[in-house]
Design a protein around this ligand. Structure first.
Ligand SMILES: Cc1ncc(COP(=O)(O)O)c(C=O)c1O
Length: 345
């Protein structure tokens, strides 16, 4: 792959072959002016609003959407995160995501600075302030700022950050190709907790992209299918059974959980025979009739080839798309308990 040499703006020392004098900002105003100048040229602005418990409010100026360097999440990875999508001015499955978020925090021994109801209220107010009607909401709980040591004992207060990202996404209809990941999987403690240490996930995604494929599949030490780098995975057998890997060693995806609730509709219509979670070997999985990734913005992405071999007939699966329609419909017009209206002002 071709690489571009850094411009002198990015790395003057490399370009000039000699040390250049590092600028010292004389005032906060000078730095702010520079940051705001940078953001002025970014159109459209992708981050309409951020919340920081460190600042104690919502920030609309992207130049100030920052977190402290001595936050333990920054330099030790001691933080957890979660998401929710904003679609048609509603927050989809926010409560389910928040429940998982607080479970992750508890496993990471991070005590939230606010109760769940306050976190929820902040996120809804943030979505309203953002004016965003289609995008993603991402939020983090961190051990908080304090020092640069390993122990968080010197961090007096945990921190909550959240950001809205204006993002366009549609129901996925094209199939993608995947590979088996060679990057070691996280152990169950870390895989079941949505913590900020995504290095294996990043490398696993990059590995697939380097081969011209979309993403990868993790297979555990016993040879059972696990998940993708930021998605769950599902299979339809030739007997029309929908099978998702057990969630004991992987992240319990909110989309996968909702899919498992909705899929029995296809059983009632006699299109699927059954719906279950089970351990699948790589051989069983590769012999599936259909295969899919499952995750928040997809919500279901058909997989048509794995390690260069077609899945089923190598075309987008009919039942995969029927499942995708069920979840997409739920996201767009599902029950009110699943879709929180954003009170835009
Ligand atoms: C490792 C991993 N597995 C699965 C998922 C899918 O989860 P969800 O459906 O909640 O987006 C994600 C998404 O963040 C993930 O990071």
């Amino acid at each position: 792959m071709a690489t571009t040499a850094p411009s002198s703006d990015q790395n003057p020392e490399v370009e000039n072959g000699e040390e250049s004098e590092v600028h010292v900002f004389s005032s906060a105003a000078e730095l702010l002016e520079k940051l705001q100048d940078k953001w002025r040229s970014v159109k459209p602005q992708p981050y309409p609003a951020m919340y920081s418990s460190v600042f104690g409010g919502i920030i609309l100026d992207p130049a100030l959407m920052v977190i402290p360097m001595d936050d333990h999440m920054v330099h030790r990875g001691h933080g957890v995160f979660d998401t929710a999508i904003i679609l048609g001015g509603h927050l989809y499955e926010l409560d389910v995501h928040l429940t998982r978020f607080l479970k992750s925090a508890s496993k990471a021994k991070i005590v939230s600075p606010f109760p769940k109801s306050t976190l929820r209220s902040i996120l809804i107010q943030l979505a309203a302030a953002s004016q965003c009607r289609k995008g993603t909401l991402r939020y983090w709980l961190s051990a908080g700022p304090g020092d640069f040591l390993l122990s968080p004992a010197g961090c007096p207060k945990s921190a909550f950050y959240a950001i809205v990202i204006d993002e366009d996404f549609e129901q996925c209809k094209e199939g993608v190709k995947v590979i088996t990941s060679t990057i070691p999987m996280k152990t169950p403690l870390f895989a079941t907790m949505k913590n900020v240490n995504y290095m294996p996930n990043v490398l696993s995604k990059m590995e697939a992209e380097e081969q011209g494929d979309f993403a990868s599949i993790w297979v555990d030490e016993e040879g059972y299918i696990a998940e993708g780098p930021n998605v769950n995975v599902g299979f339809i057998t030739h007997d029309k059974e929908l099978i998702l890997p057990e969630f004991d060693k992987i992240l319990r995806g909110c989309t996968a959980a909702r899919l498992l609730e909705l899929a029995p509709k296809l059983v009632e219509q006699h299109r699927l025979k059954s719906v279950r979670t089970d351990n699948l070997t790589i051989e069983e999985a590769k012999n599936a009739a259909e295969m899919m990734y499952i995750g928040s913005t997809l919500p279901v992405l058909p997989i048509i080839a794995w390690d260069e071999k077609p899945i089923g007939d190598g075309k987008v699966g009919e039942l995969t798309m029927a499942l995708s329609d069920l979840v997409w419909e739920d996201m767009v017009a599902g029950p009110k308990t699943r879709r929180i209206p954003v009170p835009y002002v």
